[in-house]
Design a protein around this ligand. Structure first.
Ligand SMILES: C[S@@+](CC[C@H](N)C(=O)[O-])C[C@H]1O[C@@H](n2cnc3c(N)ncnc32)[C@H](O)[C@@H]1O
Length: 280
């Protein structure tokens, strides 16, 4: 039986920060791709515990980190204190951002806004709060990459409740470009190395313990199905390991970097108060 959970309830399960820490390079790469720098007004949507927001703030940008899960943002606040960084944290849904039109120079979302169920609403909001000429930069898992296979495995045991395209559709270049229509969109497949040197069964155990969608899946399965799921998950991470035989394991995920530049505001031409002299 699949329990219906709000996004806030789901992402408060387990401890996503322990998973995010394994792929911290992704947030840093996103901040570099968005060319975030001192004095820029930056919004991170679906910021979690801040793996993009914190490196953005470290550049000297003024950062607002938003998410539906306050529990994760509390962990992010502690990371910020530990690193001596100042940023603002605010609960907000990607589908309805509590900000004015054009308030930010750069809008970031590191595998965050892709999880909002109404993808068109989330895309509209990302674009709306970005200033003319500014950028929306996203990292989205790809449907034909390892994370796409991972989510298909999870959905065999724990079918998604909503209709509409799944989150992973945001990792398809055509789909992302269509959602962000009106902006000049570029996409680029990238990889992030998983910072985990243990064997596949240890990585599976880490995900089962900490990754919210897996904690929810196992909670909703009976013990026989849960054991089958755990076995398949170990197989998944075994296939993902590309390390040398007898050597240390090596795991990586593919994602789509999406960079969308909004059109610059076109100068409004004012009608002259009086016709030019030559015309009189
Ligand atoms: C995979 S985590 C990524 C977190 C963070 N960006 C990172 O890179 O570590 C997905 C995040 O999206 C958030 N999220 C899910 N649905 C959301 C929504 N509708 N609006 C805002 N955030 C949402 C979750 O709470 C979670 O923190």
């Amino acid at each position: 039986m699949t329990t219906t959970r709000t996004a806030q309830e789901l992402w408060a399960l387990g401890d996503y920060d322990r998973v995010a820490a394994l792929i911290a390079d992704q947030g840093r790469a996103l901040v570099a791709a968005a060319q975030v720098g001192p004095g820029m007004r930056v919004l991170d949507v679906g910021a979690g515990s801040g793996y993009a927001a914190l490196p953005a703030a470290a550049t000297g940008a003024e950062v607002v980190a938003t998410d539906v899960a306050p529990e994760l943002m509390e962990i992010g606040k502690q990371h910020a204190r530990d690193r001596g960084l100042t940023l603002r944290w605010q609960v907000a849904d990607a589908e309805k951002l509590p900000f004015a039109d054009g308030e930010f120079d750069a809008v970031l979302s590191c595998i965050g806004a892709m999880f909002a169920p109404d993808q068109s609403a989330a895309a509209r909001e990302l674009l709306r709060v970005c200033r003319p000429g500014g950028t929306v930069t996203m990292a989205n898992w790809m449907p034909d990459g390892a994370v796409g296979r991972f989510f298909r495995l999870v959905s065999r045991y724990h079918p998604a409740s909503g209709d509409g395209p799944p989150p992973i559709a945001w990792g398809d270049p055509e789909h992302a470009t269509a959602l962000l229509h009106g902006a000049e969109v570029r996409t680029e497949p990238r990889r992030v190395q998983i910072d985990f040197s243990g064997p596949p069964d240890a990585l599976a155990a880490h995900y089962l313990r900490y990754f919210p969608p897996l904690v929810a899946t196992v909670a909703d399965l009976d013990s026989t199905r849960a054991a089958e799921f755990e076995r398949e998950l170990v197989e998944f991470f075994t296939d993902l390991d590309t390390g040398p035989v007898g050597g240390p394991p090596s795991y990586a995920y593919e994602y789509l970097l999406v960079s969308a530049r909004l059109p610059a505001r076109t100068a409004v031409r004012r009608a002259p108060a009086r016709p030019p002299a030559a015309a009189r």
